[in-house]
Design a protein. Structure first.
Length: 132
């Protein structure tokens, strides 16, 4: 009986630690996507501020923010985002949306890839801003 209790206790602790790590990774993932969305919105405000045509401006204002794919693609179509920044943002959007219902856990590899994509977006976004 003592062996069973000890084994169960050890498994429960391991399981608990795994759940805590999973929650921590999810929170980091969610926070990083939130920061990225804020940066996309700031970029969008900067872009819309330069658009004088009201019809073109409304194209941006009327885009749903539930999924950022449309926003990213619209910025790309209007040449406000480069290829690398667009690809990075689209992959980040897909990664976040495929995990936001939490049926699929965020792994360390996911976090590493998400950070890599965020760095790509920031580097390319800053290059575009510097070029303007």
């Amino acid at each position: 009986i003592a062996k069973v209790v000890r084994a169960t206790s050890t498994n429960d602790n391991t399981s608990l630690a795994g759940k805590e790590q999973e929650v921590d990774l999810w929170e980091q993932f969610q926070q990083m996507w939130g920061e990225t969305k804020n940066e996309i919105e700031a970029h969008l405000l900067q872009v819309v501020g330069t658009v004088t045509d009201g019809r073109r401006r409304r194209r941006y204002e009327n885009i749903s923010r539930r999924n950022y794919e449309s926003v990213i693609l619209r910025l790309y179509e209007d040449n406000w985002l480069g290829d690398e920044a667009t690809d990075a943002l689209l992959e980040m959007n897909l990664m976040f949306n495929s995990r936001k219902n939490r049926k699929r856990a965020v792994s360390r590899q996911d976090m590493a890839r998400f950070r890599e994509l965020r760095d790509m977006w920031l580097a390319n976004h800053l290059q575009v801003e510097a070029a303007e």
